[in-house]
Design a protein around this ligand. Structure first.
Ligand code: AQP
Length: 344
C-alpha cells in the first residue's frame, strides 16, 4: 500500500495566460472576465505561463516586462489575490518535473493530432522547437499538479483539455494502485460566455491573437480610448443591416463577431443583443459597441498603468502566489513520484 499525502479537493480551477505581448479583448472575454466571476465560487489558481511562452523565441527583457504587464492586467481586471492564487509558472519547479513524467505517459500519436501545433509551426514544422510540440503536455502538468477539476479557457483550448483528460486517464490506468480511487480527476473544460472565440477585427474567420502582425486586428487592454474607437470604426463589416435571426447572423462572420463582443461586454445573451440591433446598420451599432468597450477597458488600462509604476510590488505578489501554489503542488508531485516508483 502506497501512503499518499495529497488531498482530492472537491472543486478547483486552474487557468493560465502567456506573457507573450499585449493582452487583448479575446484574452479578456474568453478567459480573464470568467476567472473574475469564478474566483468568488471556487478555489482558483491562475498562472502567467512563462514556460509556455518560451516554446517560441522570446527576447529575455521583453519576457520579463510582459510578465509584469500580464500580471498587472489580470489584477486590474479584478482578480483578487486574497481570493485567488496568482503566480508565474517557472517559479514553481514542480510544473517542469511533472511535465517530464507526463511526457513519458503521453503518446506521440496524440500530440500529432493537435491543431494548434500545426497552426503555430506552420510550413516549417521541422524548425519548430520540441517545446512547442510538447506544449500540451506541459499544460496537462499545470492542470493536474493542482488536481484541478475545471479549466476555464477560450474555445481554442478545447482540444488541449481533451488531451489532458487522455493523459490523466492513462496515468491513472498505469499507476493508480488496485482498489484505490483514481489518482487524478479528469478535468472539465469550462468554455463560458458569448465570446468564447473572439475573431480578428480585420478578418472574421481568424482568431484575435497577440501574435497577429496587424495591431488593427485586435483591441489591446492597453489601448487608449481613441485607439479603441478607431479600431472598432475601421473593423471589417459587410454592407447589410443586422439580421433578425441568429441563423442569419451565423453566416456573417464579422457581424457575428462584433455582436458577440457586444453581448459579452454587456452581459446579455447574443439573442437579446440581436433584438436590440436587428434591422439597424453598422453606423448605428458601432458607436454603441465603442462606448461599451471604452467603458469596460479604460478603467482596466488606467489601473494597469498604476500597478506598473511599482514592479517590485508585482514581484512580491508573484512570490506570495508562488509560495501558496507550491503548498499544493509539492505533495501532489511527491505522490506522483511514489506511484511511479522513484526512491524518495
Ligand atoms: N481570440 C480569443 N477569443 C477567446 N479566448 C481567447 N484566448 C486567447 N485568444 C482568444 C484565451 O485566452 C487564454 C490565454 O491565452 P494564451 O495567452 O495562453 O495564448 P493563446 O490562446 O495562444 O492566445 P493568443 O492571443 O493567440 O496568443 P499568441 O498569439 O501568443 O499565440 C486562453 O484561455 C485562451 O483560450
Amino acid at each position: 500500500m502506497i501512503n499518499l499525502q495529497s488531498d482530492h479537493v472537491k472543486k478547483r480551477i486552474f487557468s493560465g495566460i502567456q506573457p507573450t505581448g499585449n493582452l487583448h479583448l479575446g484574452n479578456y472575454l474568453g478567459a480573464i472576465k470568467n476567472w473574475v466571476n469564478l474566483q468568488n465560487h471556487i478555489s482558483s489558481i491562475f498562472s502567467i505561463v512563462d514556460l509556455h511562452a518560451i516554446t517560441v523565441p522570446q527576447e529575455p527583457l521583453k519576457l520579463k516586462s510582459s510578465t509584469h504587464e500580464v500580471t498587472a492586467a489580470i489584477i486590474a481586471s479584478g482578480i483578487d489575490i486574497n481570493k485567488s492564487i496568482l503566480f508565474n509558472q517557472s517559479s514553481v519547479k514542480e510544473h517542469s518535473e511533472l511535465a517530464w513524467i507526463l511526457n513519458c505517459v503521453c503518446r506521440i500519436g496524440w500530440l500529432n493530432r493537435m491543431t494548434q501545433f500545426k497552426e503555430k509551426a506552420g510550413k516549417h514544422k521541422e524548425n519548430a522547437t520540441v517545446g512547442l510540440y510538447g506544449y500540451p503536455v506541459l499544460m496537462a502538468s499545470d492542470i493536474l499538479l493542482y488536481k484541478s477539476t475545471h479549466v476555464p479557457v477560450g474555445d481554442d483550448q478545447k482540444q488541449h483539455i481533451e488531451l489532458v483528460r487522455d493523459i490523466a486517464s492513462s496515468f491513472n490506468n498505469m499507476f493508480t494502485p488496485q482498489n484505490e480511487p483514481d489518482f487524478f480527476t479528469l478535468p472539465e473544460p469550462q468554455i463560458i460566455g458569448e465570446a468564447t472565440r473572439v475573431m480578428s477585427l480585420r478578418d472574421g474567420t481568424k482568431k484575435m491573437s497577440k501574435s497577429d502582425p496587424s495591431d488593427a486586428s485586435r483591441v489591446n487592454l492597453t489601448d487608449t480610448k481613441e485607439e479603441i474607437s478607431n479600431k472598432i470604426k475601421k473593423a471589417k463589416t459587410d454592407p447589410f443591416p443586422l439580421p433578425d435571426t441568429l441563423d442569419e447572423l451565423k453566416n456573417r462572420p464579422e457581424a457575428y463577431n462584433l455582436l458577440s463582443i457586444y453581448s459579452s461586454l454587456s452581459d446579455q445573451t447574443l439573442e437579446k443583443a440581436l433584438t436590440e440591433f436587428s434591422g439597424k446598420g453598422f453606423s448605428h451599432f458601432k458607436p454603441k459597441l465603442i462606448e461599451l468597450a471604452v467603458e469596460t477597458l479604460n478603467p482596466i488600462s488606467c489601473e494597469m498603468r498604476n500597478l506598473l509604476k511599482n514592479t517590485n510590488e508585482i514581484d512580491k505578489i508573484l512570490k506570495d502566489g508562488e509560495l501558496k501554489a507550491r503548498e499544493i503542488a509539492e505533495p501532489v508531485l511527491k505522490d506522483v513520484k511514489k506511484l511511479v516508483g522513484f526512491v524518495n
